[in-house]
Ligand binder design. Structure first.
Ligand code: SF4
Ligand code: SF4
Length: 350
């Protein structure tokens, strides 16, 4: 499955996207990137005072407290750029390793142009991605050092889930599910709203959904004051309240272009192996649901989450009412995608 890259990573889901990192952003630096053992020494040589957090033998660059950015984030710039850990070098490419290794994009990154989501061309037939060559070089290097081992472990876990569901008569092949839903994407229904309780800021700002907004910068969504609160985050920690809006209790109205974009996103999500990797382990032993049923429910829930966050973002930051435009839906996708990709799967991540 080399797809002409020299690495055994399937790159088809990058097709048609273009990327340019925004110098005013820093959103992906509100994180604690993992440092690979082979990167640690070089990092400590270049930045001897750096503060590491160790968890289960793995090292992470510690973020500043109270939801602040990574300790190396300085005026929206990385002051350890030449030694930054490989997850930072690779972003916004995410690689899920399961039956195969599949590269996909973290659509929360505002440096990505999402217009490819509106194309009708099948995913496998879109042109090459633009602007991601350095990130893909990092993917190739990392795959070469650990990919085969991670894939064998993930394939073993996949076989276990598959045979348990086959014995219960509830397995449906992933490609069959994809074929069915690509021609009839499940859209959110009125009963899917309200679709989530916002996490409480008291649980820690670092746990909150984040997005980048050109004007205030990184913004977090939190529960508070009877609704969704929008908090402008500071790189040094702490936040500034921007407003609060009640959660939508029914589907917001959608423009034709907004609906088209939501379909494009659900179509993209359906192609991601991480969707199946997340959904399959949640199929309860005490229900009769099949893989197909769970994927359908999941796509509805994801659509509802995107629309809900789009609506909150619009009312909280832009004001105004009316149907959600394509731009509003795009903002909802950006406020949602990272959280969905961060969920555990039976697979592994490069
Ligand atoms: S989130 Fe995207 S645009 Fe923003 S700093 Fe990171 S890579 Fe650049
Ligand atoms: S190491 Fe640099 S690029 Fe990585 S999260 Fe920290 S500031 Fe951002």
């Amino acid at each position: 499955m080399a797809e002409g890259t020299g690495a055994e990573v399937d790159l088809r889901l990058l097709g048609g996207f273009a990327f340019t990192c925004r110098p005013d952003c820093g959103l992906c630096c509100y994180a604690e990137p993992r440092i690979e053992p082979e990167e640690r020494e070089r990092l400590l040589q270049i930045l001897p005072g750096v503060d590491l957090r160790i968890e289960r033998h793995a090292s992470f660059l510690r973020a500043r407290p109270e939801g602040g950015g990574c300790q190396l984030l300085d005026n929206q710039r990385c002051r350890g750029w030449s030694a930054r850990p490989s997850p930072c070098q690779q972003y916004p490419v995410d690689v899920h390793i399961g039956e195969r290794a599949q590269a996909t994009l973290v659509l929360s990154c505002p440096g990505l142009d999402l217009s490819s989501l509106r194309s009708r061309t099948p995913w496998a037939e879109r042109g090459p991605a633009m602007g991601l060559e350095p990130e893909l070089a990092v993917v190739r290097r990392r795959w070469g050092t650990r990919g085969s081992r991670l894939r064998s472990e993930a394939q073993r876990r996949h076989r276990r889930y598959r045979s348990a569901l086959e014995r219960a008569g509830r397995w449906v092949d992933e490609e069959e599910v994809r074929r069915e839903f690509q021609s009839r994407l499940p859209m959110p229904r009125p009963e899917d709203f309200p679709c989530e309780d916002p996490p409480e800021a008291a649980d820690g700002l670092e746990r909150l959904p984040l997005f980048f907004d050109g004007r205030p910068g990184p913004v977090a969504l939190a529960g508070g004051l009877g609704g969704w609160e929008l908090l402008e985050l500071r790189a040094t920690g702490g936040s500034e309240p921007l407003g609060v809006v009640p959660p939508p209790d029914r589907p917001p109205e959608l423009s034709v272009e907004g609906q088209e974009l939501l379909r494009g996103y659900l179509s993209y999500f359906l192609e991601r192996d991480a969707l199946f990797g997340t959904v399959i382990p949640t199929i309860g032993a005490d229900s009769s649901a099949t893989v197909r049923d769970e994927v359908e429910a999941e796509l509805r829930a994801i659509g509802a989450m995107v629309l809900s966050r789009a609506d909150v973002r619009k009312r909280g930051l832009r004001g105004g009412s009316g149907a959600l435009s394509a731009r509003d839906v795009e903002e909802g996708i950006r406020a949602t995608d990272q959280d969905l990709l961060d969920r555990p799967t039976w697979g592994a991540r490069l």
